[in-house]
Design a protein around this ligand. Structure first.
Ligand SMILES: [Zn+2]
Length: 354
């Protein structure tokens, strides 16, 4: 079968590899659409970072590795012990590999598993004609949700989880730092949860336009606006209740602390290139809570699927700014670097794609 494998920095190849074997409790899927994620891009530009160069401690796999952890697909074949899925079922894959036995997993925090891995970075991913996974990784796609939107469930679950970590209520006002793919996903999840006052801070013109299109109440530009002052002004001269940081830059965090009202919560969802300094005294005087949000826990995938099915997460399809074929993968990665202000999600159409 054909598979897009990561061999090293800026080295993706469309390889011919054996079709994976099916064991009795396995499900063989034809991936339909696979999203290119910031993690993939990071590996492509600067990797290997998390993709193992030697045998991975849990999966045993290593370079070259088939990419793809944001994907939907169609069940092709099921093992003899599988009863809950059948060929033709439309599914999405929750790609987290966790041991289920460590201290984090015992607290149901699979997202913090001490031995965590990922399908698509620690074991072969969805950018292939077939993938074989255990039943427990699968979720059923609602009938009214298309396969391309299915590939957005994973990044939406990351965003959904951050809004849970923030404990955000409908009456809260929220500032999102960064209007990239995750910032936009956070915006859609906040709207699904009934939050009406959502401010997005973003520099790039293309992304500012997108944030407006996706329903941000206010879009501010830190190079033109005093974002903290504007946030206080917009929010009863007090400031925002919640900040979700999807940017991970020093000036953004400084602004966030200034934009917060008393007892506000800042949730960090960004991976930082360099650790920031923090205005801790202001955090004390305002009793600001600072929390991390890591991927998602069991339950987030289903909540996103339900919200897509009942229309509470609207316009997820509009996040797809381009669809490409497997043979065009280099072009997709190039566009995400060079045209990132205008691209939200680029999907790669694979064997099961309609
Ligand atoms: Zn664990």
């Amino acid at each position: 079968m054909k598979a897009i494998r990561f061999h090293g920095r800026k080295d993706l190849r469309l390889d011919e590899i054996p079709i994976p074997e099916l064991k009795s409790d396995d499900i063989k899927i034809k991936p339909a659409y696979v999203g290119i994620c910031g993690t993939d891009l990071h590996e492509y530009e600067d990797g290997p970072i998390v993709i193992p160069s030697t045998s991975h401690r849990v999966t045993g796999e290593q370079l070259p590795l088939t990419l793809g952890h944001e994907f939907s697909g169609v069940v092709y074949e099921v093992g003899s012990a599988v009863t809950s899925y059948k060929p033709g079922d439309r599914v999405v894959v929750q790609p987290v590999i966790y041991d289920g036995t460590c201290g984090a997993c015992k607290q149901a925090q699979i997202n913090c598993c001490y031995n965590m891995g990922f399908i698509g970075t620690s074991s072969a991913g969805g950018l292939a004609e077939f993938i074989v996974v255990k039943e427990s990784f699968l979720f059923r796609l609602p009938d009214n949700v298309s396969l391309d939107v299915g590939a957005m469930v994973e990044p939406l679950a990351v965003a959904w989880h951050s809004t849970d970590v923030a404990n955000v209520r409908p009456s809260d006002s929220v500032l999102i730092l960064g209007g990239g793919p995750i910032g936009i996903a956070v915006l859609l999840c906040l709207k699904a949860k009934g939050i009406s006052n959502i401010i997005v801070s973003e520099v790039a013109a293309g992304r500012k336009k997108l944030a407006t299109q996706f329903g941000a109440t206010h879009v501010l530009d830190p190079t033109e606006d005093d974002v903290a002052a504007r946030c206080r002004q917009i929010c009863d001269n007090e400031g925002v209740h919640v900040v979700i940081d999807a940017a991970g830059v020093q000036s953004g965090l400084d602004t966030a602390i200034e934009a917060c009202r008393v007892r506000a919560t800042i949730v960090n969802i960004a991976l930082w290139g360099k650790s920031p300094t923090v205005a801790v005294n202001t955090m004390i005087y305002k009793e600001i809570t600072y929390k991390g949000s890591a991927i998602y826990v069991q339950g987030d995938f289903q909540q996103v699927l339900d919200a897509l099915g009942n229309g509470k997460i609207a316009n997820a399809k509009d996040m797809i700014t381009k669809k490409i074929e497997m043979s065009e993968v280099d072009e997709g990665f190039r566009l995400l670097v060079e045209d990132k202000a205008n691209q939200v999600k680029i999907l790669i159409r694979v064997a099961g794609g309609d």
